[in-house]
Ligand binder design. Sequence first.
Ligand SMILES: Nc1ncnc2c1ncn2[C@@H]1O[C@H](COP(=O)(O)OP(=O)(O)OP(=O)(O)O)[C@@H](O)[C@H]1O
Ligand SMILES: [Mg+2]
Length: 255
Amino acid sequence: MAEVILEVKNVVKTFDDFMALKGVSIKLRKGEFSALIGPNGAGKTTLYNVISGKFPPTSGEVVFDGRLVHGLPPHQLLRLGISRSFQLTNVFAGLTVRENFLAALVACHDRGKDLWNPLKRCKDLYEEAEHILEQLGLTHVTELPVKALSYGDKRLVEVGLALASRPKLVMLDEPTAGMNPEETDRMIHLLKKLSREMDTTFFLTEHDMKVVFSVADRIFVLHQGELLAEGSPAEIRENRKVKEAYLGERSVAGA
Ligand SMILES: Nc1ncnc2c1ncn2[C@@H]1O[C@H](COP(=O)(O)OP(=O)(O)OP(=O)(O)O)[C@@H](O)[C@H]1O
Ligand SMILES: [Mg+2]
């Protein structure tokens, strides 16, 4: 079995008197594509926030690649290899798609000093930007400002920017939210391709069960701040507790 890259141990997170996470433990294995599902308010984004360093857990531990990382800020976690999908607000809407990737690459490879040189001399960064754009299937919009892109293409840019740091773990919080069925299918196709091609562990939250059951090797189900179940897609689909708490109300017919 593949080695564990991320271990969340008994994580509790409280907001004032409210316990959003009530002692959650999960293990992600290197190279696997895992998904975190659960009803609204289950604690999915809170768990992402703890893992990606937005705030520390109230108690419990997070071990990444063999070291304790809870409480570290996001930029240090990014250096260690944990990347979270950027929100569109972090994209420079007026810059072209290529310029956004170059800016992300300059930042995450600590190449700020190279800005004193004309960027064109940073041939390696240009090549890396081209490579990511090809992987994403976005070469046709490279020269367009991000604000001119379709919604679906913008979300692909967002996923691509999360990959710019060559992370060991990529966390995507609802990458298909707001997409139409065609854009969702394109994202499913892309996520499958990326997980095949890259030596990276993916961790996704998503309400669209077609996406989850199409891409995930392993699924974790959160319910009211607790882990209700974990298993393969087939195990989760048949799990009685999961059906009662969550899947019963959702169609997985497309999966
Ligand atoms: N910063 C905060 N302050 C206070 N309460 C919070 C905060 N963040 C989350 N919560 C509460 O914690 C619970 C879990 O929220 P969270 O956003 O993690 O759920 P979620 O599973 O991501 O839901 P959704 O599917 O709607 O995105 C909710 O009851 C929410 O109101
Ligand atoms: Mg959420």
